[in-house]
Write a protein that binds this ligand. Structure first.
Ligand code: GLA
Length: 360
């Protein structure tokens, strides 16, 4: 394997060849390693985090993100494992929206709706990579052409993954456009903090700092109303396992086949702040998520059904991973009351999310 070592003060970055796409484009892998036993591998295809190793309470580092061992598997079929999502995370109803009275039609890939950027979203393109040595970071860039998947404007996108020595992976997003457009970028890692991908994630104890969530219709499109989490299975303001109420008699849970909803995060005026945590008692691993975003989609791997191969010689069974996708609310371009996802040529889209790992 063609590899080259780049070392900065404390973060080591290893560059390797990961594979070649069907279209014959070479895909690289970058592994960022710190001094505390944390290591994260990212490939240029989809900006995918293919592996993220963190210590358990005994100091043993194990992989805690779902994914595949080969590029072929990612290209064949992936439910967005570990990928960067753009231009728009989650659904846009009927793939349609208007800006200043002009209607745009996006590619539809989820029945009649547009999901996670369309047929060939940011999860399926090859990004340019640049190692930021002094920062212990990897910068990925992608230029999405005017009208790609139906979106207006040439969108210049940059995502910087930074590993720190307190076992945090920081994800900084930046985008600029030359025409008014919409943007809502996110990261679609599936976590299983047990390090054992054959185990369901139902025993993970989760908190979400949100008083409200976004109810959806039967096609998982927001109804437009926000609902209080109080006295519903959507209340994660006090720690509770994912499994505690996931099978409760509840119309919203039925529609999502479990949790597949966006929470309206508190303290939106504070910018970058703590938003959510997940704790797995056996391993002692704790994940804390911080973000500047107004929402987070908790998706509990409800569509995983044992058909996709895992990295440990098995398959990914129902609910063996969960995602915390920080984002604006789904279908915001069609929902006047939701915070705006419009990006103007004179503005810069800047958001930040970080994933901090520790043991308890
Ligand atoms: C998001 C969506 C889900 C599903 C998953 C990936 O969380 O809301 O409906 O598409 O991604 O399968």
């Amino acid at each position: 394997m063609n590899s080259k070592q780049i070392k900065n003060t404390s973060i080591t970055i290893l560059e390797e060849v990961f594979g070649t796409t069907r279209d014959n484009v070479s895909v690289k892998s970058f592994t960022l390693k710190n001094e505390k036993g944390m290591e994260v591998s990212i490939i240029t295809y989809g900006g995918i985090i293919t592996s993220l190793k963190v210590p358990n309470k005994k100091g043993v580092s194990e992989d805690v993100v779902l994914g595949y061992n080969s590029l072929t598997d990612y290209e064949k079929s992936s439910p967005y494992f570990g990928a960067l999502i753009g231009r728009y995370g989650n659904r846009i109803a009927n793939g349609k929206f208007s800006i200043d009275g002009k209607e745009y039609s996006l590619k539809t890939n989820n029945d009649s709706n547009h999901l996670h950027g369309g047929v060939k979203g940011f999860d399926k393109v090859v990004w340019s990579a640049e190692v930021l040595k002094e920062k212990g970071a990897l910068k990925l860039s992608y230029v999405s052409k005017d009208m790609e998947e139906g979106y207006p404007g040439n969108l210049h996108t940059e995502v910087i993954y930074t590993l720190t020595n307190d076992n945090t992976l920081v994800v900084d997003y930046k985008a600029t456009t030359d025409k008014k457009t919409i943007v809502n970028l996110t990261q679609h890692s599936y976590f299983n903090l047990s390090g054992d991908f054959s185990k369901p994630i139902l025993d993970h104890i989760v908190t979400i700092n949100a008083d409200k969530f976004v109810p959806v219709d039967k096609n998982l499109i927001p109804t437009g109303k926000l609902k209080d989490v109080a006295n519903t299975p959507f209340d994660f303001r006090q720690p509770k396992t994912i499994g505690q109420e996931i099978n409760a008699e509840n119309e919203q849970l039925k529609r999502g086949l479990g949790y597949d909803h966006c929470w309206v995060l508190n303290d939106q005026n504070k910018g970058f702040r703590f938003i959510s945590s997940a704790y797995e008692p056996n391993s002692g691993r704790l994940l804390e998520v911080f973000s500047s975003e107004p929402g987070v989609q908790l998706y509990t791997g409800n569509f995983l059904d044992g058909t996709l191969p895992n990295k440990q010689d098995g398959t990914y069974a129902h609910r063996t991973g969960f995602c915390l996708e920080t984002q604006h609310y789904p279908d915001s371009p069609n929902q006047k009351e939701f915070p705006s996802t419009i990006l103007k040529p004179e503005d810069v889209y800047l958001t930040k999310t970080s994933f901090k790992f520790s043991v308890k």
